[in-house]
Write a protein that binds this ligand. Structure first.
Ligand SMILES: NC(=O)c1ccc[n+]([C@@H]2O[C@H](COP(=O)([O-])OP(=O)(O)OC[C@H]3O[C@@H](n4cnc5c(N)ncnc54)[C@H](O)[C@@H]3O)[C@@H](O)[C@H]2O)c1
Length: 342
């Protein structure tokens, strides 16, 4: 099988490329990525010489390029991870999110129709369901929960999901969608909460936490997300949405304190900063459908997974230090400089 993975130089896509290249040596994995600020080819170093792996640089929203690529490569399966993915960036520049997340998705699906791919899989997010109140721990997102987005990011992902389902109904494109909770693990870009806290705590720098740190996220190890997508693509029913989550709900403050404890750093590093506008309170996935229908089960729980993840960042300092020494530093200043003063 020839599998086109888009966004494979990013966090989850990169982990997925590792997973697939190693698990299926008989398949060919083509990694298509534009290498935006979030794309990092150093993530692919461990697989770049494997005979079943290839990298192609390009934009999923560039129609001419995408059609030429499909004509040349004729992929059997397309798995779309490529996205603008950071909520804070979507608040300052929504248009780039519409372009990549919506137009990029329809462009890929138009090519998938034309060249008759056997499966188009869209990697979506639980953020399309909006948020849940903190005082209702009994509520969870199911696949039937109405879409109710909060940020330009989640709105662009929800719009893409609606196009994916419409392409199935209108054109018969064989699609599946996965909606996953927050991921953590190796190769996570250091603007996101967990790697941000690890890298700054190691440098004894202040740790910015939005609001009072009460927001709850449902954390899933990235390898469990990879195994879920692999299963959905191979065994999931066409036209269906599958929620992916592992019942690992933690407040942001709990996550930060856990990291400080493992690193033996003081809680006095924590600095509460002005909350993000429209900040979602709680996400919590009900994964019953994927568990019952496809037999998926996560391997990691948060308490052990976070310790392994911290160890990975300690053992792979070069990977994230290369990022910190680049454009990221400027970005960090822009996003947090004024908030740290509040
Ligand atoms: N990170 C999470 O916790 C999480 C949870 C659920 C779902 N998701 C979804 O999973 C997917 C991957 O997320 P991530 O955290 O790995 O994102 P990421 O930002 O780390 O990676 C995105 C990748 O897409 C590439 N890209 C961006 N625009 C592109 C374009 N126009 N053409 C080709 N490539 C482009 C970037 O270079 C980067 O390598 C996204 O669709 C996201 O919505 C993420």
């Amino acid at each position: 099988m020839k599998i086109l993975v888009t966004g494979g130089a990013g966090f989850i896509g990169g982990n997925f490329v590792h997973y697939m290249v190693n698990k299926y040596p008989e398949d060919t994995i083509i990694n298509l990525d534009l290498l935006t600020y979030a794309g990092n080819l150093e993530t692919l170093k461990p697989v770049e010489d494997k005979p079943n792996y290839r990298f192609v640089k390009g934009d999923i929203a560039d129609r001419k390029f995408i059609f030429e690529l499909f004509e040349k490569e004729r992929p059997d399966v397309v798995i779309n991870f490529a996205a603008e993915s950071h909520v804070d960036r979507s608040i300052s520049d929504p248009e780039s999110f519409v372009r990549t997340n919506v137009l990029g998705t329809t462009t890929l699906m138009d090519a998938a129709r034309e060249f008759k791919v056997k499966r188009y899989h869209q990697v979506s997010t639980d953020e399309v369901y909006g948020d849940l109140p903190l005082d209702r721990p009994d509520l969870f997102f199911t696949e039937e929960t109405p879409l109710h987005t909060s940020s330009p990011y989640s709105s662009s992902k929800a719009a893409a999901d609606l196009f994916v389902l419409a392409y199935h109904r209108t054109y018969g494109l064989p699609v599946t969608i996965s909606r996953c909770s927050n991921n953590y693990g190796p190769y996570h870009f250091p603007e996101k909460l967990i790697p941000l806290i690890i890298s700054r705590a190691l440098a004894n720098e202040e740790l910015p936490v939005y609001g009072k740190g009460e927001n709850i996220r449902d954390w899933l190890h990235v390898k469990d997300h990879c195994s879920a997508i692999d299963l959905i693509v191979r065994k999931g029913r066409v036209g269906e949405v599958y929620n992916v989550g592992g019942h690992n709900e933690r407040t942001n403050l709990e996550v930060v304190k856990t990291i400080l404890k493992v690193l033996d750093k003081p809680e006095s590093l924590i600095r509460f900063v002005t909350d993000r506008p429209g900040h979602d309170m709680r996400y919590a996935i009900d994964p019953t459908k994927i568990e019952n229908e496809l037999g998926w089960k996560p391997e990691y729980n948060f308490d052990t997974g976070i310790v392994q993840t911290i160890e990975w960042y300690l053992n792979n300092r070069e990977w994230w230090e290369h990022i910190l020494s680049g454009e990221y530093t400027k970005y960090f200043e822009e996003m947090y400089a004024d908030r740290l003063d509040s």
